[in-house]
Design a protein around this ligand. Structure first.
Ligand SMILES: Nc1ncnc2c1ncn2[C@@H]1O[C@H](COP(=O)(O)OP(=O)(O)OP(=O)(O)O)[C@@H](O)[C@H]1O
Ligand SMILES: [Mg+2]
Length: 160
């Protein structure tokens, strides 16, 4: 799978200001295309739409269970035909050390799709090889979010 399969060309330039329906549509299509193992980070302020997008990705990936915010449990696990899905929300993490109690190493190394909200909380324990997605509020339009995707892949070639 190449990076251009995963990310629409304009997304990396931050040109996509999406309504909720458009974001859900984009996420559902992304979920259909991706192949495990894959870690996707979802960065953005409170209410930016991280869980909304995670739910859409899960839907496209084939998760049939209801996908709810893992704010309190920190990690929710779902079944899908292609692999399990690990959906983490690290907002309430006190520090990276807490991740060990979650079995973090096993989670990120699993042959699974991993979706991580508030990825910065993981510090250096965030796997470097991940697909980063950022959601940003748009000044003057509360119904749209700016989507940035795949912008910081670093050494990643895009092929996996
Ligand atoms: N264009 C949009 N994209 C996504 N969500 C939108 C959009 N416009 C409005 N919303 C609303 O913004 C809210 C996003 O909530 P969501 O739980 O997905 O955010 P979150 O980033 O996961 O928040 P948290 O940081 O609390 O986990 C929802 O109420 C949704 O209806
Ligand atoms: Mg959320």
């Amino acid at each position: 799978m190449t990076r251009s399969d995963l990310v629409p060309p304009l997304a990396a330039a931050g040109k996509l200001a999406l309504t909720e329906a458009e974001l859900v549509d984009w996420g559902t299509r992304l979920g259909r295309q991706i192949t495990p193992p894959l870690v996707i980070t979802l960065d953005g302020d409170l209410g930016a739409g991280k869980t909304t997008l995670a739910r859409a990705i899960c839907r496209g990936y084939g998760v049939t269970e209801e996908v709810t915010s893992p704010t309190f449990a920190l990690v929710h696990v779902y079944d899908a035909a292609r692999s399990p899905v690990h959906h983490a929300d690290l907002y309430r993490l006190e520090g990276p050390k807490d991740l060990q109690n979650l079995g973090w190493d096993d989670l990120v190394q699993a042959d699974a799709l991993m979706l991580i909200e508030w990825p910065d909380r993981a510090g250096e324990l965030l796997p470097p090889d991940h697909l980063p997605i950022q959601l940003r509020y748009l000044d003057g339009d509360p119904t749209r979010r700016v989507l940035y995707a795949g912008g910081h892949l670093g050494h990643h070639t895009g092929d996996r």
